[in-house]
Design a protein around this ligand. Structure first.
Ligand code: FES
Length: 124
C-alpha cells in the first residue's frame, strides 16, 4: 500500500445478490429487482452504511451470476461464505437483521456454506 493510499472504513460484510442476471436463469427479473431494492432500503434503514458503525460498514453489490442459476435470487454473505437461495424481498430484512446485525445466520434458508480458505500471506 502506498503512503498516498486512501484509508477506507472497515468493512464488516459484503453482500452479493444475483438479482437481474443478463441470462435470466435463477429468478424472474421482477422478483430480483424487488429483492435488490429491498436490500438497498434495509441497509440504509438500519444504518449499515454508517462509516462510524463500530463493526464496519456493510457493502452490497448486484452481480450478474453466482453460478447457482436456480432457486434465485441468490444472496452470498462474505466473509461468512453463506449462500441463501430464494431470497425474495420479504426475506431480505430478516436476513440482514438476524445474520448481519445479530450475527445469527438463518439456518433454514441457507443453501450452502463456503468459507474462504486463505493461503495468501498477510502483509502488515
Ligand atoms: S443466473 Fe443467478 S446464479 Fe446464475
Amino acid at each position: 500500500m502506498s503512503e498516498s493510499a486512501i484509508v477506507q472504513p472497515q468493512i464488516s460484510h459484503h453482500l452479493l445478490l444475483c438479482a437481474t442476471p443478463t441470462k435470466v436463469k435463477c429468478c424472474d427479473p421482477s422478483t430480483g429487482i424487488a429483492s435488490w431494492n429491498e436490500l438497498k432500503r434495509v441497509i440504509r434503514e438500519l444504518g449499515l452504511e454508517n462509516t462510524k458503525r463500530p463493526e464496519g460498514i456493510v457493502l452490497r453489490s448486484k452481480v450478474d451470476c453466482l453460478r447457482v442459476c436456480e432457486r434465485g435470487p441468490i444472496l452470498v454473505v462474505w466473509p461468512d461464505g453463506i449462500w441463501y437461495t430464494e431470497v425474495t424481498a420479504d426475506k431480505i430484512k430478516p436476513i440482514v437483521q438476524q445474520h448481519i446485525v445479530q450475527q445469527q445466520p438463518i439456518q433454514k434458508w441457507i443453501h450452502k456454506t463456503t468459507p474462504f480458505k486463505t493461503n495468501s500471506p498477510v502483509i502488515e
